[in-house]
Design a protein around this ligand. Sequence first.
Ligand code: CAA
Length: 379
Amino acid sequence: MNFRLSEEHEMIRKMVRDFAEKEVAPTAAERDEEERFDREIFDKMAELGLTGIPWPEEYGGIGSDYLAYCIAVEELSRVCASTGVTLSAHTSLAGWPLYKFGSEEQKQKYLKPMAQGEKIGGYGLTEPGSGSDAGGMRTTARLEGDHYILNGSKIFITNGGVADIYVVFALTDPSSKHKGTSAFIIEKDFEGFSVGKKEKKLGIRSSPTTEIIFEECKVPKENLLGQEGDGFKIAMMTLDGGRNGIAAQAVGIAQGALDASVAYAKERHQFGKPIAANQGISFKLADMATSVEASRLLTYQAAWLESNGLPYGKESAMSKLLAGDTAMKVTTEAVQIFGGYGYTKDYPVERFMRDAKITQIYEGTQEIQRLVISRMLTK
Ligand code: CAA
């Protein structure tokens, strides 16, 4: 057993932290306010190799692992959770199914430019009528000659509108729910594809979330991902790893809030002493740090399991459950420590608190994580 990160992982942490502090943090509040996605930040991440961390070099990646990827998402989210989820959705939700289920041709055509950061990836599962019940989707795909024709819409799409490539799920056999679902690779320029409403959100406001619409959308037959009927399993397996990316995002948000709180508690004086000298504050900091560390360990463990080819679905659901709740709790305490100042936009903790909330909702609500964990315990 060894709880030390390898030199490679430490190097990645240092590189991403430097990058996040120099290039991402300075504009995080402004991008949040303006709900503005910054493609330049994504391009700079690409230059550093961050857009393809776990993928082999032959597919444009840097040949590292899921732990390194989680560390990167964590460090970005420590200053800007929107940038963290941009990378997470791009890598876990779009890159992963292409890597695992794509043909060699599909990997060269789609995964490679994504890993190199020339293209951004997205993932379309949720629909207006099917959120937690992902199998209740209505979007259909019928085969006509050399094309599938897709009709329907997907909502709450992270990277919606800025992504070039989407992995999307649709019913090829509407009469059989799970077994009638198939996965498709959609290019943003396909006929019949369009981007719909952009959501106005509480948090992660510089990460665009939109609807995507398919109206007689023509998808070449060769863009079927896996086999017909494999779609639901592909969607679920993708989320198994994706959830750990969100756990990493949550750890980063919580760490950012903790760091800001420790600094503030030492410098803010009341009653003639730093507020950190009061147990009411210092014990809060101790509890926050303990929860962050526990969440980080669970997240790294799930990433390590995946990197080593071991089962990780249960652990990934656990890490998201713990880290999401930790992020919410720690950021709320951070606002409390900052008092009135924490409630203003002069400090980043209110943004961290708004950003934390989504980690309890997306890639499966906390309630769905409990369902996944309990099913695995009792099956
Ligand atoms: N791996 C492989 N196969 C799986 C699987 C997994 N993790 N989970 C389920 N399956 C298989 C089952 O084995 C079963 O196969 P068989 O029919 O061959 O037995 C089939 O899929 C159906 O499984 P269930 O009966 O368990 O399916 P269910 O309808 O009860 O749903 C669920 C299970 C866990 C509730 C699922 O619907 C779910 O995960 N819901 C939440 C959806 C979600 O997380 N959405 C997030 C959207 S993405 C997002 O949020 C992106 C973003 O913005 C960043």
